[in-house]
Design a protein around this ligand. Structure first.
Ligand code: ADP
Ligand code: MG
Length: 703
């Protein structure tokens, strides 16, 4: 339809084949239509200027107005030329320097003329300078189109060196709009939506985004394009879910039978929380419906997801099906295995365990039993999804700690049954913000366990710097005397692995002095140890033989030692929020009051401080997840990067919650009234969806 937007980018005025190649490799722009979606990331208000004397912050972007008073082309050692200049405003002067295109610029820039300068300030030893500032003659700025905002585009070093700096891109974008024939950009939202939501048209929105005429016009444009982006994403997710529900049948678990009932009346060691009951009910409704279940259960650490999983598996067993439950680490899988064994003892069920460490005859036997249907529940690690693992009739697959598994692995599980895919229940203890859930799991059904079992005392969280170490050590003594156990966790990342291990060892040595081996036992566990040694040390702590466990984050996931009441996190500023939250979740699992102590050095970055403060302020995983997203942006949240759902051109999940919520709500309404978009007024939507489907045709059906 719109030929113009399909034009290869090299034909745009001022681009040509060489720059076109750069645009392709550097920012994936192939056609006019790609280029137009390369939105400015900020706008300069052309009417306001800072004064040089007021500039204080290294790295800030500033706009100045003043005179270029000198300019000199200097030959460097390796024959490379650089251009240096002096720029003055009524309050002072700054140095300018260019390393690229020095010769060309020395001919263009005019000494003695008034310029508008835009660039990133550098302050070094009190001296203020700019490298590669953008310079525009003041009179040109004045003469230019009536506008107060200039778009600033993201660019790269390579693009800049070929003239496609923010200014160059701006020029090319101007050319694109100037030559655009009427109707080249067709409207993608039906008029009833535009009217109802008071959104401006697409052409107008795109134009205003690149060349805003006023602040309010810009905001209208942003609103329109954000809505469009989020709305079509929700339409796609919801359609995928609807199609899946219509076309993929699920095993019907119609009854609740003997195992479930006996477990419920004889074995259940506690009263279920009402959140657990509600979630089990939601799952049961899925399992009995004949529709295939693909459900996510979100629940904070300690909210009792394992019990929910177990009771669902019992339903599957009552209906003659097998189950599997997959965990991301061996330790966690073993712990699940142990607790499930204990829970169901006496019910006459067969529970199997499989990991990479189950080998030889044992493994062979297990696989044989599995295939013949003699195993009711198989618990294990990634090993579960390997090809030789075959079930007789897998009815329900449970994945614990979702964020550690990728889409591909889930897809493999899905394929474990020849006839019909098993129902899939994904459990995550890393709550994610609602907007993110709507996006990442927009085509899954979601259940939330938003309640902790009764009697839990909130973990008390404190932040200390090194000067309080004696106090912390005293406190540790005190807790150990009461019979409690303590975790001390050190960061360990690949880039600084050696140093991190040294820190851990130094910490261990220090603790040995305060907790001498004659009276105390200390376990040490880190990822560099042999699995056998690791398990041995872990076991000593789990069984209460050691008082303190010094560890790296290997203990992050799942370890359950109710007697441990203190979690000390060293260099806690180096951990991400979700990691800190996970670690804190290791304590507060018994009846005793528990503590989380966040140790930091004196100097902590602003972001680090905010993370620590968030931890001290709240125990609520959802709140922490939200704070995490606000701090780092949605794209940096663990497990999100690979998803590919978040390459928005303009929307921002951290800040656009209201727009997303509205978009989802409207998409739901439209699709429930007109699932196939067959009504005449939805023709525009239908066409756009077809175009989008083509783009995403490789889209996985169970992501
Ligand atoms: P998570 O959701 O982090 O996986 P778990 O399933 O490991 O949590 O449960 C944490 C602890 O809470 C376990 O010791 C479990 O036995 C206990 N628990 C679970 N549900 C309840 C409940 N309704 N009442 C009391 N304790 C419970
Ligand atoms: Mg768990």
């Amino acid at each position: 339809m719109s030929h113009y937007l399909d034009t290869p980018i090299e034909y745009l005025k001022g681009i040509g084949p060489a720059r076109a190649d750069l645009l392709k490799t550097e920012i994936q722009v192939f056609k006019y239509g790609d280029f137009i979606y390369n939105f400015p990331f900020r706008y300069i208000d052309k009417s306001s200027f800072q004064l040089i004397k007021d500039l204080k912050t290294d790295g800030e972007t500033v706009q100045l107005k003043g005179y270029l008073t000198s300019l000199e082309l200097i030959k460097g050692a390796n024959n490379r030329r650089r251009l240096v200049g002096l720029f003055k405003d009524p309050s002072g002067f700054v140095e300018l320097i260019w390393f690229q295109r020095a010769k060309v610029l020395s001919e263009i820039l005019q000494i003695g003329s008034e310029y508008v300068l835009y660039g990133t300030l550098k302050i070094y030893k009190g001296k203020k300078s700019f490298a590669h500032p953008e310079m525009e003659l003041s009179e040109k700025v004045k003469k230019g189109v009536q506008r107060s905002f200039d778009p600033v585009y993201y660019t790269t070093e390579k693009l800049s060196s070929r003239g496609l700096d923010a200014k160059g891109i701006r020029k090319a974008m101007q050319a694109l709009f100037e030559k655009m024939p009427a109707g080249a950009i067709h409207e993608t939202l039906p008029s009833y939506l535009l009217e109802r939501l008071k959104l401006i048209g697409k052409y107008q929105a795109l134009k205003e985004l690149h060349f805003p005429t006023s602040q309010s016009a810009l905001e209208e444009a942003q609103k329109r394009m954000k809505f469009e982006e989020l709305f079509f994403m929700q339409m796609r997710l919801l359609q995928t879910r609807n199609i899946r529900k219509q076309t993929i049948k699920g095993h019907v678990f119609e009854k609740v039978g003997e195992k479930f009932n006996r477990f419920f009346s004889e074995k259940l060691p506690f009263e279920l929380t009402s959140a657990q009951k509600r979630v089990i009910k939601e799952i049961r409704a899925d399992l009995g419906s004949g529709i295939h279940m693909n459900r996510l259960v979100q629940g904070d650490v300690g909210s009792g997801k394992t019990m929910v999983a177990l009771m669902c598996m019992l339903i599957a067993i009552d209906n003659g099906f097998q189950n599997c439950m997959m965990a991301p680490t061996e330790i966690l899988a073993r712990q699940h295995y142990a607790s499930v064994l204990e829970y169901v003892s006496g019910l006459g069920l067969k529970i199997g365990f499989l990991s990479g460490n189950v080998k030889g005859k044992k493994r062979k036997e297990l696989l044989k039993m599995l295939k013949e249907g003699d195993i009711d529940i198989l618990i294990g690690t990634h090993a579960l999804i390997e090809d030789p693992v075959k079930f007789k009739n897998l009815g329900l697959a449970i994945i614990d700690e979702q964020h550690r598994f990728g889409v591909v692995q889930r897809a493999k599980l899905w394929g474990k049954n020849k006839t019909m895919p098993p129902h899939v229940l994904v459990m995550t203890a890393t709550p994610i913000p609602r907007t993110l859930a709507m996006t990442l799991y927009g085509d899954l059904d979601v259940s939330i366990i938003d309640e902790l079992p009764p009697g839990r005392k909130e973990v008390t969280t404190k932040h200390f710097t090194e000067s309080r170490r004696p106090h912390v050590l005293n406190f540790m003594h005190h807790e150990i005397q009461k019979g409690r156990q303590i975790y001390v966790v050190y960061p360990l990342i690949e880039e600084s692995e050696k140093l991190d291990l040294q820190n851990l060892n130094a910490g261990y040595e220090m603790l040995l002095q305060y907790f001498p081996p004659e009276r105390f036992n200390i376990s040490v566990v880190h990822g560099k140890m042999k699995p056998k040694d690791k398990d041995f040390e872990m076991e000593r702590f789990v069984t209460g033989k050691t008082h303190i466990m010094v560890a790296t984050t290997v203990i992050e996931v799942g370890v359950n030692v109710p007697n441990a009441t203190v979690m000390i996190i060293e260099n806690s500023e180096r951990f991400g929020l979700s990691q800190l939250h996970q670690l804190r979740g290791r304590v507060g699992r018994g009846a005793e009051q528990s503590y989380c102590i966040l140790m930091t050095s004196y100097k902590v970055s602003k972001e680090g401080k905010e993370r620590i403060q968030t931890m001290v302020r709240t125990n609520n995983g959802f709140e922490i997840a939200e704070a995490d997203m606000q701090l780092r942006g949605a794209g940096n949240i663990e497990g999100v990067q690979q998803s590919g759902y978040l390459d928005f051109a303009i929307a921002n999940l951290a800040t656009d919650t209201p727009i997303l919520t509205a978009a989802r709500h409207i998409a739901e309404k439209i699709l429930s009234a007109d699932p196939r978009l067959e009504l005449p007024e939805n023709l525009t939507l239908r066409n756009e969806m077809i175009r989008i489907q083509k783009k995403y045709k490789s889209y996985s059906r169970i992501s």
